[in-house]
Design a binder for this molecule. Structure first.
Ligand SMILES: NC(=O)c1ccc[n+]([C@@H]2O[C@H](COP(=O)([O-])OP(=O)(O)OC[C@H]3O[C@@H](n4cnc5c(N)ncnc54)[C@H](O)[C@@H]3O)[C@@H](O)[C@H]2O)c1
Length: 414
C-alpha cells in the first residue's frame, strides 16, 4: 500500500503519549521518517524508541523525501514552524489551535495557498466515533431542524502539582496567550459545532481575563504561595449565530468548577452530545417516540404480554403515556475510531493527498474557529456584535462502518 512520508516537529507530551504510537501503528497510510525538537533529548528518545531518524527542523524542511510536516509544538511555535514548512513546499498538519492570533492564522492560510500545498489543523477528534455518529443522526433529521446549540465547559486549571510551570518556556500553555480554555478545550467544541452545524455568521460575548492573578498552591513547589499571572482569557460567555439559522451559547471558563454540557435542540427533539475532547462518549436523543415501550402506549395499541408487566392496567398505561410525552434513549454509535485516535486528521489528509480530495481537517475550519474566538474577544471589548469574515464548508462525513481494529482505516480511503 502507498504511504505518505512525514517528519514530526515537537516531541513533547502529546507526541510521546499518543501521536507517535498512532502514527507508527494505528494508521498504515502514515510513514514517519524522522523527528525534531528544540530539546535534543526529546527527539533522541523518540528516534531511539521508534527507530526513526533524529533530525533538525531545517533537515525536515529540506528533506525531499518528506511530504508532510507534522507540527506538534506548543501553540507559541505553531506559526513559526508551520510557516517555514509551507514556505519549503511541505504539506502541514498542525496541532490545535492553528495559531494564537487570527492575523497569524490568516497569514498561514495565505502561505498554504501561495505554495499550493495542503494544510490541515487539529482538533481532529470530530472525526471520531461519537462525533461522526452524531453528525449522521443530525443530518438524518432525528431532532428535526436544529434550533439552538449549547456548549458549556468549565473547570479550574488548578496549579496544584509540584511541577506546575517550572519551565514555562517548555511550557504550561494554559498560562499563555494561544493557550488556556478558549483555545484548548474551546477548540474541540468549536470544531464539533462547525462539523455539525457549519459556519458561524455573527458572535457576541462577555468576559475576558477575569482572574489573572493566581497562586502556586502546592507546598512542594519552589514558588509556593507566590503569585503568577495568566495571560489569556479565563472566562468567555458568547452567543453564536450560525449561517444555517441555528443560534447558540458557548461558555468556557477556567474560573469556576467543573461542568460539561453540550446539546443541540431541534424542532422535534434534543440531541445530547458527548465530550468532543474524546473519541468515545455516550450520545442520546430526547424526543417523542424515542422509547419503544412508551411509543406502544402512545399509539394506543393493546398491550401484549411482552409489553405489559402483570400489575399494569389500562389507566396506568394512559397516565404513563401522558406523563412522558418525550423520552431519552441512548443512540448506538455507528462509526469507527472510538478509542484514542489523535492523528486521524493526519491519516485522513494522507488519503486526501493520495486520492486527490479535500482533507476533512482543512485549515478553513481551524481558521474559522480561531476567528470565532477572536470575534468573541473583540465583542467583549467593543460591546458590539462581531460579523465573521471567514466561512468554511462542513467537512465530508465519514461513512458508518462495522469494520473494527485496523480495518477501520478503510473508511478514510475515500
Ligand atoms: N498535552 C495534551 O494533552 C494535548 C492534547 C491534545 C493536543 N495537544 C496539543 O499538542 C501540542 C503540543 O502540546 P504538548 O502538550 O505536547 O506540549 P509540550 O510542551 O509537551 O511539547 C511541545 C514540544 O515542542 C517543542 N518545540 C517547541 N517549539 C519548537 C520549535 N520551534 N522547534 C522544535 N521543537 C519545538 C518543545 O521543546 C516541546 O518538546 C499543542 O498544540 C497542544 O494544544 C496537547
Amino acid at each position: 500500500m502507498k504511504k505518505v512520508k512525514v517528519g514530526v516537529i515537537g516531541c513533547g507530551g502529546i507526541c510521546r503519549s499518543t501521536y507517535m504510537d498512532n502514527m507508527m501503528y494505528k494508521f498504515n497510510v502514515i510513514e514517519v521518517v524522522g523527528c525534531a525538537d528544540l530539546i535534543d533529548s526529546r527527539a533522541q528518545y523518540m528516534a531511539d524508541t521508534y527507530g526513526i531518524k533524529k533530525m533538525t527542523n531545517e533537515e525536515i524542511y529540506n528533506d525531499p523525501e518528506i511530504q508532510v510536516v507534522v507540527n506538534l509544538t506548543y501553540p507559541e511555535s505553531h506559526f513559526e514552524v508551520t510557516a517555514e514548512a509551507l514556505k519549503h513546499g511541505k504539506h502541514v498538519y498542525c496541532e490545535k489551535m492553528m495559531a494564537p492570533t487570527f492575523e497569524e492564522a490568516k497569514e498561514l492560510a495565505r502561505l498554504a495557498e501561495e505554495n499550493h500545498v495542503s494544510f490541515t489543523t487539529a482538533p481532529d477528534t470530530f472525526l471520531g466515533a461519537w462525533e461522526q455518529s452524531a453528525r449522521k443522526y443530525l443530518d438524518d433529521g432525528i431532532i428535526g431542524k436544529p434550533v439552538t446549540v449549547h456548549a458549556q465547559i468549565t473547570a479550574h486549571y488548578e496549579p496544584s502539582t509540584p511541577y506546575f510551570d517550572l519551565a514555562p518556556k517548555y511550557f504550561f500553555f494554559p498560562l499563555h496567550y494561544g493557550g488556556g480554555f478558549p483555545f484548548d478545550l474551546g477548540g474541540y467544541y468549536l470544531h464539533e459545532m462547525i462539523n455539525l452545524l457549519g459556519s458561524v455568521k455573527r458572535v457576541t460575548g462577555f468576559g475576558g481575563n477575569l482572574n489573572p492573578v493566581r497562586k502556586y498552591t502546592n507546598p512542594r513547589h519552589p514558588k509556593y504561595g507566590e503569585d503568577f499571572i495568566v495571560n489569556t482569557p479565563t472566562t468567555l460567555m458568547a452567543a453564536l449565530e450560525f449561517e444555517n439559522g441555528t443560534v447558540g451559547t458557548f461558555h468556557i471558563s477556567s474560573d469556576s468548577n467543573h461542568t460539561r454540557h453540550f446539546e443541540i435542540t431541534g424542532t422535534e427533539g434534543v440531541l445530547n452530545l458527548g465530550d468532543p475532547n474524546s473519541f468515545s462518549s455516550l450520545i442520546s436523543v430526547t424526543r417523542a417516540g424515542a422509547d419503544p415501550k412508551a411509543e406502544k402506549i402512545a399509539a394506543g395499541q393493546t398491550p401484549t404480554s411482552q409489553t405489559m408487566k402483570p400489575q399494569d392496567n389500562e389507566e396506568d398505561i394512559q397516565n404513563l403515556g401522558e406523563a412522558c410525552p418525550t423520552q431519552t434513549v441512548q443512540l448506538p454509535i455507528l462509526h469507527g475510531y472510538s478509542s484514542s485516535s489523535r492523528g486521524i486528521g493526519l491519516a485522513d489528509m494522507c488519503y486526501a493527498l493520495l486520492n486527490g480530495r479535500k482533507p476533512r481537517c482543512h485549515y478553513d475550519i481551524g481558521l474559522h474557529a480561531i476567528e470565532v474566538i477572536h470575534g468573541i474577544q473583540e465583542s467583549c471589548t467593543t460591546g458590539r456584535i462581531y460579523e465573521m469574515t471567514t466561512r468554511c464548508e462542513r467537512p465530508a462525513p465519514i461513512r458508518p462502518s462495522a469494520l473494527s481494529l485496523t480495518g477501520q482505516e478503510a473508511t478514510l480511503d475515500d
